[in-house]
Design a protein around this ligand. Structure first.
Ligand code: ATP
Ligand code: HSE
Length: 332
């Protein structure tokens, strides 16, 4: 491409929205994740707008812009762009990029906040550059950037955020994710208490090794969960959600988690767990009226009410999102 054509690209725009996700879903540590959509259809995720420009530029906007690093080289959305570009064989043929990250999730939330920025950024860039990367190559880039933030490679936020649905990580590189049947009868009540828990910190409390009995329980619960979903037994699947790997070590890091979990289970919740690395709590029910009751309870009892918090807590009723960033089209 000559210089004239390069200039002609200036002004071309693309955008992407990446939904929040809940990693692990308790029963599949680092292996299972669900994309989330609020039932009131309000956004719960990040949007990235990109545009070919004369010079590189990055802007943060949105409700949680204040929690993003101001130095663009520290911002995962921009770090993703640098990586995206570094692996393009014809990078020199394209102009600079102006990026706006509309940050709608708090950081260190357990809702895949970093994944949302990475997925929205790479999806928007792939559109802007006219799809140089396949889904699988893009997913690998997403994992690489996410690993830089959390200290370990795990796809359980980036995969559902990009593909949507309930995604199980496969051991086969050629087909890295399995889209499980969508548990469409479940309402996910997700409560972010208003304080952050960095994923790195929440991973450091986990033991390096697990007992044989724990490994067997984990295999039993996860395999039964998947089998029930394929049998269409969504309630049984939800009741099979149990975390024997991380929750026993993380629960004490999250003020109010144990008491809220006990209360919600007594009220009939199908499952209650830590969303991702926490501190967000999720509770499942197939009854919308119950979901509203859990929401009220969590607003009163799980959300931190202190003044001067950098983040405000929130509770939303969600479902598993069918569409991820890949299939959500935004008008620029
Ligand atoms: N655009 C961004 N969005 C989120 N975090 C970012 C971003 N840019 C840089 N960071 C940094 O990356 C780190 C992300 O931390 P962490 O992985 O704990 O957050 P999280 O993605 O919200 O957690 P979780 O995956 O449990 O939901 C923080 O140190 C944060 O400052
Ligand atoms: N699987 C990751 C998710 C982080 O959101 C963890 O639990 O550490």
């Amino acid at each position: 491409m000559n210089a004239v054509n390069k200039n002609e690209l200036i002004g071309r725009k693309a955008s992407a929205y990446a939904p929040a996700s809940t990693g692990n879903v308790s029963v599949g540590f680092d292996l299972l994740g669900a994309a989330l959509v609020r039932i009131d259809q309000q956004p719960l995720g990040d949007t990235v707008h990109v545009e070919f420009s004369q010079q590189d530029e990055m802007i943060n906007s949105g409700e949680f812009a204040h929690v993003c690093p101001t130095d663009k080289m520290q911002n995962l959305a921009w770090i993703a762009y640098v990586l995206f570009r570094s692996k393009l064989s014809n990078s020199d043929e394209y102009p600079a990029v102006k990026m706006e990250l509309v940050k709608s999730l708090p950081v260190g939330s357990g809702l895949g906040s970093s994944a949302c920025s990475v997925v929205a950024s790479l999806t928007a860039l792939n559109r802007l550059f006219e799809l140089p990367y396949t889904d699988q190559a893009l997913l690998t880039l997403m994992g690489e950037v996410e690993a830089g933030a959390s200290g370990d490679l795990h796809y359980d936020n980036v995969a559902p955020s990009y593909f949507g649905g309930l995604q199980l990580m496969s051991p086969h590189e050629s087909a890295p994710v399995i889209n499980l049947p969508n548990p469409d009868s479940w309402y996910w009540v997700v409560a972010f208490p208003g304080f952050s828990l960095p994923t790195k910190e929440a991973r450091e409390v986990l033991p390096k090794q697990v007992d044989k009995s724990v490994a067997i329980y984990n295999a039993q619960y996860l395999s039964a969960f998947v089998a029930y979903l394929y049998q269409g037994e969504q309630t049984l699947a939800a009741k099979t959600i149990k975390d024997v790997i991380a929750e026993p070590y993380r629960a004490d890091l999250i003020a109010g988690f144990k008491s809220s979990k006990q209360h919600l289970l007594e009220q009939g919740a199908l499952a209650v767990g830590i969303s991702g690395a926490g501190p967000t709590l999720f509770a499942l029910t197939s009854d919308l009226a119950q979901a509203e009751k859990y929401k009220n309870y969590l607003e009163q009892n799980y959300i931190q009410q202190e003044e001067n918090q950098a983040n405000k807590g929130f509770v939303h009723i969600c479902q598993c999102a069918i569409q991820g960033a890949k299939d959500i089209e935004l008008s620029n």
